[in-house]
Every structure is written in structure tokens, then in C-alpha cells.
Design a protein around this ligand. Structure first.
Ligand code: ADP
Length: 477
């Protein structure tokens, strides 16, 4: 860690790294050690940052789109050139295995290059008039100052997914990273400075007063758009507050993803997909599977194969290359996972593998069978390394159980029958469906949820529209 010059214990305000404030500790969840201290900014600095962002908007939105594209491309190159350094910081502050952090850097960079290209394609329309000889057209323009709040589970990807399209669209953006993982965001700010992103266009505000900063972001008249990834409870509160200024809002919130295995599935592939979709980041992913629904006739076969695969997963400090499952982010996360497992067992579930907390905030990779439908896991996101196997008999019942939730982010299912694949994917109430795959994230695809999992889409060409307003212009004869 000594030679990692991207580990900077400062906030990034209006083009400068600043540190003359009281600080808070950033903790390595694998060891409990403090790995850095960053400024706990007072609220007037947050206000100042928003004002500075507003001040640079007129110049930034006027830059040629080709110029913004080049800056994003430069930032993409710098991100990849610093892959190991960024990944190291990410593993130290989030606990995720180093291989996953390296993968996250690549995934994060893919948003930078994607939006470097999409920036150039924010096309408007020309429209035939119905009424007279007016000539009608639309153009797309930046919405204005964007405020972003990001979570700890993907310290870099959740950031580039917002920052890249905002910059591409011509919006300045102020970001408050999660207090658990601010160092990755600060490292990225350093790269943005090196890339030549002008002062005030991208700022990183570190604070422990999430509620206060959130309120300021949501209610400030200077901020035209708020973009948030995190829990549904916080998203709901931010939307309520944002209503006071009729602010545009994108919300990527919690999920409760179902994973159905039908009797005509390739069980071996389904097990592989299940492990991918469940154990990435120790299950602390909003698209992690929370509920496995397995059809009666293949239930035992699937449960046995999954239990075998899960027993192989090595738990430990993410800096150890053999480790597949790191710690949970903190004690609160661990307690929730334990409570969900205990509740399931109390209601009659059987522990096939794991089921217990280990030292620190580590939890054993776990497989539970005979899950009752009234358990907590059926209703709430567990956010931990627990596979809970429910049973269903008919396709209709499987779909009904999968949809029995107010959330609708991701859903997965396995079947080799193409007609069933079409039928089921159309009936699942979620923003994203993985058919015979446990891996759905892709910068070129629209990521987002329905119902209480959120509003808006990130990534893809839709992700750029979230930061653009449509202006209609009529030219008379
Ligand atoms: P999690 O439970 O995954 O930490 P949160 O929704 O609490 O999810 O956190 C996601 C982000 O929201 C973090 O940056 C956190 O600091 C921030 N946050 C937490 N509470 C609030 C709040 N009341 N208002 C605004 N932001 C908040």
C-alpha cells in the first residue's frame, strides 16, 4: 500500500484536493484496520461545491461534444493504466476479492468508453408538422448540475455509470461516495484531474452526514438532477425531498432477485450460474439472487450439486488470490444475514452448508433447503452469501412466487425450452432478466428496475438520456 500514490486522503473540490477538516476513518473490513482518514466536510463546503458546479455549467455544456468524448476516452485509458492501484484500494476498503476488484475496474472503464462514444450520438429529430408549414425539430441539451450518491458495494462501477454519462451530456456532477468506500472515488478524481476534466466539473465530497448531504442535494434549486444507487428506504426519502424542486431523479434501488430452475434446465449450467449470481461480492450486490425457486422434480439434484459447489468456495481476506468470498462490509450487514438464516431455520429450513458467522465480519457460504415461503428471505434482500432454496411445482406457480415481491430489479431462470424461455421472460416482473445466465451486467445494456426497485436506466444509450432534456423548436415560415 505504501507505493500506491492514488491513495489520497482528501476531498476533491473545484479542481483541488483539500484536507484541512476533521476526518473520519476508512476501515478494511477484512482486518478491522484503518487504511485512511478522509475529510468530513462541513455542509457549507457541500453548498459551495454545488455553487461551483453551477458556475462551470455554461462553459462545460458549450464544449464541443468531440472534446468531451476525448476527455472521457483519456479517462478510460488512465483508469485501465491504473488498474492494479484502483483494484488494491477497492479491495482494502470494500473487502471484495482482488480478482473481483480487477474485474470491476474493467467494467467501470467500459462505461467511460461507452459514453465517450454515445456522447456523439445524442441525436434529435426533425418532425413533419400536422398543423401548418412550421418546421419542427428537437435537440437534446444537458439537464444541468447533477448530484450523485453511490453505495459501497461497487465503489468504482456505480460511480462511472453516473459520472461518464453526466460528463458526456455536458453536466457538471458532484458526488458523495459511501462513507465506507470513499478512497476509490478520490483515486478516480485524481485520474479525472490528470485527464484534464476542468475544475468544478467533477467533485468528490466526503462526509459522514449522508442524511444532511442527501437533503441538500435533493432540495437545492441549483441541482437539476439527482442520481442515487442504494437502499429503497433512502431512495424513497430522496424522491420525496426532490419533489420540492421537481427535480429529475434516477433511482437504482434494492432488489429481491428470483432464480428459477425448471425441470428442463441444464442443471450443471444452472449451478454455475447460481454461484456466479449469488457469490459475487459475497452476495452484496443489488442483482444478487435472493430466492432460488427449484421445480420439484429437479430440486434434490440441484440442491446436492449446489451444496457441493458452495463447499469449495474459499472464504478470507480478498488480497489472498485463492479467496472467492470476502467479508461482509460491516457488523450490521453480518447481523442481518445471521438473522435471515436463523429466521429460516426457526421456520423449518434445513442448513445444508454453512449457516454461521465466522470471526470478524465473515460469514460461511451457506445453502438452505426446504425454505418456507413466509420466511424473511422470501421478503427482504439478505445481501450475503446465502442460497435459499424454495420449491415450486408448475410453471405458473414458479412465476407467481417469483413475482410475489414489491421489488423488480433482476430475475434469472434456467430452461432449455425456447418457448418457455420466451414465455417466462415476458411474465417476470423485473427490469432485467437473465435467461440461462447468472451474469447480466454490461455497459451497453440498460440496467434498472421496475416497481420499488427504482426508476430510470443506467448504461446503454438510455443511460445518456437520463442526463439530457429534450427541447422542441418550431420554426415558422
Ligand atoms: P446500504 O444499506 O447499502 O449502505 P444505503 O442506501 O444506506 O444503502 O447507502 C447508499 C448510499 O446512500 C451511501 O452513500 C450512503 O451514505 C447514502 N445514504 C445513507 N442514508 C442516506 C440518507 N438518509 N440520505 C441520503 N443518502 C443516504
Amino acid at each position: 500500500m505504501k507505493n500506491n500514490e492514488l491513495l489520497i486522503e482528501k476531498a476533491y473540490l473545484n479542481g483541488e484536493f483539500v484536507d484541512s477538516y476533521k476526518t473520519f476513518d476508512v476501515i478494511n473490513p477484512a482486518t478491522g484496520e484503518t487504511i485512511g482518514k478522509v475529510p468530513d466536510l462541513p455542509m457549507d463546503k457541500v453548498e459551495q461545491a454545488i455553487a461551483d458546479a453551477e458556475a462551470v455549467w455554461p462553459a462545460w455544456r458549450k464544449t464541443l461534444v468531440g472534446e468531451r468524448s476525448k476527455l472521457l476516452y483519456k479517462l478510460y485509458e488512465l483508469t485501465l493504466a491504473n488498474r492494479e492501484k484502483l483494484a488494491e484500494i477497492m479491495t482494502l476498503e470494500s473487502g471484495k476479492p482482488l480478482q473481483e476488484s480487477l474485474g470491476e475496474v474493467d467494467y467501470s472503464a467500459s462505461f467511460l468508453i461507452w459514453f465517450a462514444e454515445e456522447a456523439k450520438r445524442s441525436y434529435g429529430d426533425t418532425i413533419p408538422s400536422l398543423q401548418n408549414n412550421n418546421r419542427l425539430m428537437t435537440i437534446k441539451q444537458s439537464v444541468g448540475v447533477v448530484a450523485a450518491i453511490t453505495p459501497w458495494n461497487f465503489p468504482l462501477a456505480m460511480l462511472t455509470r453516473k459520472v461518464a454519462p453526466a460528463l458526456a451530456a455536458g453536466c457538471p456532477i458532484v458526488l458523495k461516495p459511501a462513507e465506507e468506500t470513499p478512497l476509490t472515488a478520490i483515486a478516480f478524481a485524481k485520474l479525472s484531474q490528470e485527464a484534464g476534466i476542468p475544475a468544478g466539473v467533477f467533485q468528490v465530497l466526503t462526509s459522514t452526514d449522508a442524511k444532511g448531504v442527501g437533503k441538500l442535494f435533493a432540495t437545492s434549486e441549483r441541482v437539476r438532477k439527482i442520481t442515487f444507487t442504494g437502499s429503497t428506504a433512502v431512495g424513497r426519502s430522496l424522491m420525496e425531498q426532490a419533489a420540492s424542486t421537481i427535480k429529475r431523479a434516477s433511482m437504482e434501488l434494492g432488489g429481491n432477485a428470483p432464480f428459477l430452475v425448471f425441470d428442463d434446465a441444464d442443471i450443471e449450467k444452472a449451478v454455475q450460474g447460481a454461484v456466479t449470481a449469488k457469490f459475487r461480492n459475497a452476495g452484496q450486490v443489488c442483482v444478487s439472487v435472493n430466492r432460488f425457486y427449484i421445480q420439484d422434480s429437479v430440486y434434490d439434484q440441484f440442491a446436492e450439486a449446489l451444496a457441493k459447489a458452495v463447499e469449495q468456495l474459499k472464504v478470507g481476506n480478498g488480497m489472498d488470490e485463492r479467496v472467492k468470498v470476502g467479508p461482509l462490509i460491516n457488523k450490521k450487514g453480518l447481523e442481518k444475514v445471521q438473522a435471515h438464516v436463523d429466521d429460516a431455520v426457526k421456520r423449518g429450513a434445513e442448513v445444508r452448508v454453512g449457516g454461521k458467522a465466522l470471526e470478524g465480519t465473515f460469514f460461511q457460504p451457506t445453502v438452505l433447503t426446504s425454505m418456507p415461503n413466509d420466511s424473511l428471505i422470501a421478503k427482504e434482500e439478505t445481501f450475503g452469501p446465502v442460497c435459499a432454496l424454495f420449491r415450486f411445482s408448475s410453471e405458473e406457480e414458479g412465476i407467481r412466487l417469483a413475482n410475489d415481491t414489491p421489488f423488480g430489479l433482476a430475475a434469472y431462470f434456467y430452461s432449455e425450452n425456447v418457448r418457455r424461455c420466451q414465455r417466462v421472460s415476458e411474465q417476470l416482473e423485473s427490469g432485467m432478466v437473465g435467461v440461462n445466465t447468472g451474469m447480466i451486467s454490461d455497459a451497453s445494456a440498460p440496467f434498472g428496475g421496475v416497481n420499488q426497485s427504482g426508476v430510470g436506466r443506467e448504461g446503454s444509450h438510455h443511460g445518456l438520456d437520463e442526463f439530457l432534456e429534450i427541447k422542441y423548436i418550431a420554426y415558422g415560415e
